[in-house]
Ligand binder design. Structure first.
Ligand SMILES: Cc1cc2nc3c(=O)[nH]c(=O)nc-3n(C[C@H](O)[C@H](O)[C@H](O)COP(=O)(O)OP(=O)(O)OC[C@H]3O[C@@H](n4cnc5c(N)ncnc54)[C@H](O)[C@@H]3O)c2cc1C
Length: 447
C-alpha cells in the first residue's frame, strides 16, 4: 500500500493550496479528486478575489490576457431596494475563471512536490488497531485502492465526504448541512442591450441578497442571487427583485446554479489523523458566502501546526488543537459576529425600513467601509444613531425592528466574545460548545 504523510481529499482551491504548502515543507503529499483533471473547478465559471488578497495569501495574480483572468473592477455599490441612494466603496476586485485558476493552483502544488491523482474517489477511512484514521479507501480506474496516510485532510467542498464519514464522537462534528445552512446561488450570464448600461463595477442589494457584476464579456453582466431553502425560493426572490430594482435591459445567455455553505464552521476542525478545511468546513464568509480566500486564511493559521505535528509524529486532536484556538479567536469570531448581526437585521427589517436606512444615511459609505475592515469614525456612528432615532420618531422604523436590531447587536457581541474565549486545550471544550450552541439558538438562521 502506498503511504503518504498527508492525503488531501479534493483538488479545488483549498486542497491545492494546502498541498502546495505542506509539500514545500518537505512532506509527502497526495491529492485525490474524484473528477478528471478537465472537470476540476468547473462547478461554475466566474468568481472574484479581492486584489489585496493575492499578496496576503501568496497566490498567483493573473493579468489581462492570461487564461484565468476574466475582468477587474474597483467600484462596489451597495443599494437600497429602489436603487435611489447607492453607496460606493472603492475595493479593487479581480474576476477569474474557476477552472483555469484552480489549474494554476494545482500546478503550483505539483511544482512544490505534491502528487495529484485525478478520477480517484474517496470512499471511506482506513482505521488502525486503535481505531485511529490511518488512510483512505478509494475508487480509481474501476478498482478499489487503499492509500496509507498519517494525516487526511478533507477539502472535498460542500460534500464534506471525509468529515461526514467520521464516526460519531471522533472529534469533529460530522453532520450534513440542511437547506437552512446553505445559499442556493443562481447566476444569470446576460448581454446588456444598451451601451449606456455597460458596467463599471458591481451593485449589491442586501434586501434581496442579489447583485449585478461584470462578466468576462465587457458588454455583458452576471446577475446573481443567493437564498436559503431551495433554488425555487431563490427564483421567487429574484422575481420580487425584478419588480422593484431597475435592472438594465438584457438578453439571457445562460444560467449557472450552485450552492455554498452559509453556517458556522465545526467548532473543532481537527481530530486524530484528520483535518478539515474549505467548504467542507463551512469556512465561507458570513457576508456573502464566498469561500476561496477565507479558507486560505484558516490554512495559513494551520500550516505551522500541521507541519510540526507531522514532524514530531503527533498528529492528534490534542496536539493540533491550537488550530481551533487560532481560527476561532480570529476569523471565526469575526464571521460569527457578522452572521449574528446580519441574521438579526435582515430577518427583521422590511422593504420600507431598508429603503429608509439608505435614504436617511443610517447606512453610509463610511459604515460600509468599516464593515469591510476600515476604521469606523465616531461621527459615522453618531450619524447612524441619529438617523435611527429620527426613523423611530417619524415612525419609519418599527419598534419591533429596533428591538430585533438591538438583540442582534447583543448576540453579535456575545458570540464574538465567546469565540475569543475558545479553550486553549481540549479540556473545557464541552462547556464551551454547550454555551456556543445556546447562543446560536438565540441567533437563529437567515430567512
Ligand atoms: C455560484 C457561486 C459563486 C461563488 N462565487 C465566489 C466568489 O466570487 N468568490 C469566492 O471566494 N467564493 C465564491 N463562491 C464560493 C466558492 O466557490 C467556494 O467557497 C470554494 O470554491 C470552495 O473551494 P473548496 O476547494 O473548499 O471546494 P471545491 O472547489 O468544491 O473543491 C472540492 C473538490 O473535492 C472533490 N471531491 C468531492 N467529493 C470527492 C470524493 N468523494 N473524492 C475525491 N474528491 C472529491 C470535488 O470534485 C472538488 O474538485 C461561490 C460559490 C458559488 C456556488
Amino acid at each position: 500500500m502506498e503511504q503518504y504523510d498527508l492525503v488531501v481529499i479534493g483538488a479545488g482551491s483549498t486542497g491545492a493550496y494546502l498541498a502546495k504548502h505542506m509539500a514545500k515543507r518537505g512532506h509527502s503529499v497526495l491529492v485525490i479528486d474524484k473528477l478528471p483533471k478537465t472537470k476540476v473547478g468547473t462547478k461554475y465559471d466566474i468568481f472574484h478575489i479581492e486584489e489585496k488578497e493575492f499578496g496576503r495569501l501568496g497566490i498567483p495574480r493573473p493579468q489581462k490576457g492570461d487564461p484565468a483572468w476574466a475582468f477587474e473592477f474597483v467600484k462596489n455599490y451597495n443599494a437600497d431596494p429602489l436603487t435611489l441612494y447607492p453607496k460606493c466603496q472603492m475595493n479593487p476586485m479581480v474576476g477569474l475563471h474557476m477552472h483555469e485558476y484552480t489549474m494554476l493552483l494545482n500546478e503550483e502544488a505539483e511544482k512544490a512536490g505534491a502528487k495529484i491523482l485525478y478520477s480517484c474517489e474517496f470512499k471511506a477511512f482506513l482505521f488502525d488497531e486503535n481505531k485511529k484514521i490511518c488512510g483512505v479507501d478509494t475508487r480509481w480506474k474501476g478498482h478499489g485502492k487503499k492509500i496509507g496516510a498519517r494525516l487526511v485532510a478533507d477539502c472535498s467542498g460542500m460534500a464534506a465526504v471525509g468529515r461526514t464519514a467520521l464516526p460519531d464522537g471522533y472529534g469533529v462534528e460530522n453532520d450534513q448541512l440542511t437547506d437552512e445552512d446553505m445559499f442556493y446561488v443562481i447566476l444569470r450570464y446576460v448581454r446588456l442591450l444598451d451601451p449606456k448600461d455597460y458596467l463599471e463595477g458591481s451593485t449589491f442589494w442586501a434586501y434581496y441578497k442579489s447583485w449585478i457584476a461584470p462578466s468576462a464579456d465587457p458588454h455583458g453582466a452576471i446577475i446573481g442571487i443567493g437564498a436559503c431553502h431551495s433554488f425555487d425560493y431563490a427564483e421567487k426572490i429574484y422575481a420580487d427583485m425584478e419588480q422593484t430594482v431597475p435592472l438594465p435591459a438584457y438578453e439571457l445567455d445562460h444560467v449557472e446554479r450552485g450552492r455554498t455553505p452559509y453556517t458556522r464552521n465545526p467548532y473543532s476542525m481537527v481530530a486524530d489523523g484528520f483535518f478539515v478545511s474549505g467548504d467542507a468546513g463551512n469556512l465561507t464568509k458570513s457576508v456573502n458566502g464566498e469561500g476561496v480566500t477565507s479558507s486560505m486564511v484558516q490554512l495559513q493559521l494551520a500550516f505551522d501546526t500541521l507541519d510540526r505535528a507531522l514532524k514530531l509524529g503527533k498528529v492528534t486532536r490534542g496536539y493540533m488543537w491550537e488550530i481551533n484556538k487560532k481560527y476561532n479567536a480570529s476569523q471565526g469570531a469575526e464571521f460569527a459576529m457578522l452572521r449574528a448581526l446580519l441574521v438579526g437585521v435582515v430577518n427583521a427589517a422590511n422593504f420600507d425600513e431598508f429603503q429608509y436606512a439608505f435614504e436617511s444615511g443610517i447606512i453610509s459609505d463610511e459604515l460600509l467601509n468599516a464593515a469591510a475592515g476600515a476604521p469606523l469614525p465616531v461621527k459615522t456612528l453618531f450619524g447612524a444613531a441619529k438617523g435611527f432615532a429620527g426613523g423611530i420618531a417619524k415612525k419609519k422604523i418599527r419598534l419591533s425592528t429596533v428591538k430585533a436590531a438591538v438583540g442582534a447587536l447583543k448576540n453579535a457581541v456575545a458570540i464574538s466574545e465567546h469565540y475569543k474565549r475558545f479553550p486553549d486545550t481540549e479540556a473545557g471544550y464541552d462547556a464551551w460548545a454547550k454555551k456556543a450552541d445556546a447562543l446560536y439558538e438565540k441567533i437563529g438562521k437567515i430567512r
